[in-house]
Ligand binder design. Structure first.
Ligand code: NDP
Ligand code: MG
Length: 395
């Protein structure tokens, strides 16, 4: 029986994780589930999984959650620090499926506690990759990637010598606007950006897929997880979303990972690692599929993508700044304050301002490892600068 905790249980990845865990009650005992605003779902799942603890990240939701779980004996807590405390409680396996930079502190708690962290929250690695990997090393924790591309790379690397890897190729569906004419993009609405051609995911990552900010985050995530230089990471548009990633070795061989676009593949792999167990996912019929297509991403359509290599070049806390600026730009788009195409401009202008900012702690690819305070400070400064850029854009 393994003890598991699910952070971000009420979200898209959290729900897919619960789907797999709930099918095997004899194998898993649930320590804690956390969510934010969706109290009905959080309480429902805490009950059906028999969790010991349920936590909402919102202080003001405490009474609502407590009332929903009255009489069950399930402990209830609220607020960001309660989420981090939930992550620190003993567990063998923790899923971090919180969205955004809010996943960083709970993720670090779970890593410090040891055991296995299944990491869907890519923002953790983008903001503080070196710190996260070093903390895992010290604590003896295992980090298993859950992002489908990174799980694919991880699987293709099994049994291989990392020194023989020449390049990583991450595939991208191209998102909602891959076939739109470029002049229509500026008028794309929140609703249009929120519908993904292949994957069912949370709204924020779906919009980030349309803009390719998601893939930019994933390039940085891959660099942090697998230690390859930015120049060895490539992105390829693959509209069918069946090949999730490829690893190229120094003899020219490419190992590809294929599977249906269903997050339960990557989540299930992390849940059953180091073994494999049957998963309730579609088996691909390649004869029926017939053909797989690939093309290079167009820089004009996806200006956000190139920012990943710039961030890696500048190093230090730039990843934290990049993610924070991206979150501000996305919030502004969601609030209909800026246009879809403005998001990349907001982030790139924010980075321009930060590159020359001497108040920003630690820059440079060879600089010392940023500490947690450096990361949090860079996040705060970037959010302020990005908000100013948004304001100026609206004037
Ligand atoms: P969702 O938006 O569907 O879910 C996010 C989860 O985080 C919910 O449980 C939400 O609670 C909770 N949450 C929101 N804000 C906070 C906060 N401030 N503090 C703590 N918890 C919070 O996201 P996804 O499941 O789509 O994505 C989760 C992570 O996984 C992201 O980092 C994403 O990039 C990554 N990922 C997702 C994939 C997918 O298929 N969806 C694929 C690959 C990676 P509530 O709903 O109760 O408000
Ligand atoms: Mg992905």
């Amino acid at each position: 029986m393994r003890r598991v905790t699910i952070l971000g249980a009420t979200g898209s990845v959290g729900q897919s994780t619960i789907d797999l865990i709930a099918r095997r009650p004899e194998d898993f005992a649930v320590e804690a589930v956390t969510g934010a605003g969706n109290l009905d779902l959080l309480a429902h799942d805490a009950r059906r999984l028999g969790a010991r603890l349920a936590v909402t990240a919102r202080e003001e939701c405490y009474a609502g959650l407590r009332d929903r779980l009255a009489g069950t004996g399930i402990e209830v807590a609220a607020g960001p620090s309660a989420v981090a405390e939930a992550a620190a409680r003993p567990a063998d396996w923790t899923m971090n499926a919180i969205v955004g930079a809010a996943g960083l502190l709970p993720g670090l708690e779970a890593i410090r506690r040891g055991g296995t962290l299944a990491l869907a929250n890519k923002e953790t690695l983008v903001a503080a990759g070196r710190l996260v990997m070093a903390t895992a090393e010290t604590a003896g924790a295992t980090i298993l990637p859950v992002d489908s591309e990174h799980s694919a790379v991880f699987q293709a690397l099994r049994g291989e010598d990392g020194r023989e890897v020449e390049r990583l190729i991450l595939t991208a569906s191209g998102g909602a606007f891959r076939d739109w004419s470029l002049d229509r993009l500026a008028d794309a609405t929140v609703e249009e950006a929120s519908s993904h051609p292949n994957w069912a995911m949370g709204q924020r990552i779906t919009i980030d897929s349309a803009s390719m900010f998601n893939k930019a985050l994933e390039v940085i995530e891959a660099h942090e997880l697998f230690g390859l230089p930015a120049s060895a990471i490539e992105v390829l548009i693959h509209p069918e979303s069946l090949v999730h990633a490829l690893v190229g070795f120094r003899d020219g061989a490419l190992m590809a990972h294929l599977g249906a676009p269903d997050m339960r593949h990557a989540i299930g792999y992390a849940l059953n690692h180091p073994t494999r167990a049957p998963l309730p996912v579609e088996r691909l019929d390649l004869a029926a599929i017939g053909r797989l297509t690939f093309r290079a991403p167009e820089p004009d359509r996806y200006p956000a993508l190139a920012l990943a290599w710039r961030v890696l070049e500048e190093g230090g806390v730039m990843g934290a700044a990049f993610n924070a600026a991206k979150e501000v730009a996305l919030d502004a788009f969601l609030a209909r304050s800026i246009r879809f195409t403005d998001m990349a401009s907001v982030v790139s202008r924010t980075l321009d301002r930060l590159s020359g900012d001497t108040t920003l702690p630690i820059l440079g690819p060879d600089s010392a490892m940023p500490g947690l305070e450096d990361v949090l400070e860079a996040d705060r400064i970037a959010r302020r600068r990005a908000a100013e850029v948004v304001e100026r854009m609206r004037e």
